[in-house]
Design a protein around this ligand. Structure first.
Ligand code: F6P
Ligand code: MG
Length: 440
């Protein structure tokens, strides 16, 4: 649930946040516990008794976490030393001191949803790193992989489309280039519909050929700034020989969504709209389906090994881009902190400086949008620029399907009209936006 702009302390928790935390999050934790349990034999085979003990320890820590959550216990500091522990604990202290002013206590159901949700995933990670030697284990790996395997037909369709396009037309005239650019952007948008945290970890893979659905889905795009993206990249590509063009993609989910981002990135590079692409992923398993370096590499490897010629061609090309340094993957712990992005320049100045090098930054997905806008209860007509609250490293665009109750930059009456006809319009992933800010 979004908190009101003036109140960061988040006493203002509404019914949606309560339902989400109380029902969906324990479901995710139960699934995590079950996953560990199912890997019991694997841990024993790899590490002997130590593996079995570690599995038991992780399960007991996670059960304790589930109980804390379900009984609305106070939020406690992180205990295990990790690269971000001090920053996290400082953040908890700051939140706590905000509440002290009103005699409150930082609790699961009475804190801003964004913060609590991040905290829960960070605590899952803590339970694992406290349980060596199985501390490397990604509890969401299976579901991410399953999402990819179940999307094979769609993946093949996208790869075939891209490779046919490359084969038949080495260069495209301005109009066809724009048309294709817009298609690949939309593919990447709708790829964001398939997110596992929304479905409590149940598979939500894409079974259709997305390219054929784009026209049908267009009415569900509520904000469409793609013309601005096109005019920027079209202008820059004309001087690309003199000054390389760099597009940064802040990734969201692995599996099918990552494929849609890869085909977009490949299209941008193959048709010379950019010279390099920089990707940003998560350093630890996050929000069930978010991309880690392991997922990034795993997916490429799967593609390369595929029996389908266009799928494997994509995999081979993507790996070659990485080797050549035209695709660059970046890790940064900031992405798994609870901070909103307007705090980035202060909390992670190195990351902010890196993003400033981009000509355009694409922020994929719902969680990125919540962090861009601070997850506040903004009026629907609040300008995006204002909601960004000083976060302007480079021209940027959020590419997101709506899964959480925050949305800015709508036309007067647009949000109210949607709410009247469809009460859950903000949370089902049915609607999408391309929302840009900066000088284009
Ligand atoms: O709705 C559940 C939720 O976890 C939201 O908290 C979060 O914003 C979203 O799902 C994650 O979606 P995405 O993968 O698009 O960031
Ligand atoms: Mg995600």
């Amino acid at each position: 649930m979004a908190v009101s702009p003036e109140s960061l302390s988040g006493q203002d928790v509404g019914s949606f946040a309560y339902i989400t935390i109380k029902d969906r999050i324990p479901q995710i934790l139960t699934k995590v516990i079950d996953t560990l349990h199912r890997h019991k034999n694997e841990f024993f085979e790899k590490h002997g008794e130590e593996g079995t003990e570690a599995e038991k320890k992780a399960i007991s820590l996670l059960s304790k976490l589930r109980n804390e959550l379900q009984t609305d216990k106070p939020i406690v500091p992180l205990v295990e030393k990790f690269v971000d522990t001090d920053i996290w604990n400082q953040y908890l202290e700051d939140q706590q001191s905000l509440l002290h002013e009103s005699d409150g206590e930082l609790r699961w159901f009475h804190s801003p949803w964004l913060f609590v949700e991040c905290y829960m995933y960070r605590r899952i990670h803590e339970a694992l790193i406290q349980s060596s030697p199985i501390d490397y284990f990604d509890v969401f790996k299976e579901s991410k992989e399953q999402n990819f395997f179940e999307s094979q037909a769609s993946v093949i369709a996208l790869c075939t489309y891209l490779q046919e396009l490359r084969r038949t037309s080495e260069e495209l005239g301005e109009e066809p280039l724009k048309k294709e650019f817009l298609k690949f952007l939309q593919v990447s948008l709708w790829g964001n519909k398939c997110d596992l945290s929304l479905s409590g970890g149940e598979s939500s893979s894409q079974k259709n050929n997305l390219m054929n659905l784009l026209e049908e889905l267009k009415p569900f795009i509520l904000v469409d700034d793609t013309e601005r993206l096109w005019s920027l990249l079209n202008r820059l590509r004309k001087t690309r020989d003199k000054a390389p063009v760099r597009v940064d993609i802040v990734l969201d989910n692995s599996g099918f969504e990552l494929i849609t981002d890869f085909v977009l990135a490949d299209f941008l590079l193959s048709f010379k709209l950019t010279s390099e692409i920089h990707f940003y992923g998560k350093t630890i398993p996050w929000f069930v389906s978010d991309t880690t370096l392991h997922d990034f590499n795993w997916l490429m490897e799967q593609m390369k090994r595929s029996n389908h010629k266009w799928m494997s061609k994509c995999g081979v090309n993507w790996e070659a881009y990485v080797k050549a340094g035209t695709w660059v993957y970046h890790d940064h712990m900031f992405w798994t902190l609870p901070h909103e992005y307007c705090a980035m320049a202060q909390v992670a100045p190195d990351l902010y400086a890196e993003l400033q090098k981009a000509d355009l930054i694409l922020f994929k997905g719902d969680l990125n949008y919540r962090k861009l806008t601070g997850d506040r209860k903004w009026a629907f007509t609040t300008p995006f620029h204002q909601a960004l609250n000083g976060f302007h490293p480079a021209p940027l665009c959020s590419i997101r399907t709506l899964k959480a109750e925050v949305q800015v930059g709508l036309q007067p009456g647009q949000g109210e009209e949607l709410a009247a006809s469809e009460p859950s319009w903000l949370t089902t992933g049915k609607y999408g936006i391309f929302q840009a800010d900066g000088s284009f």
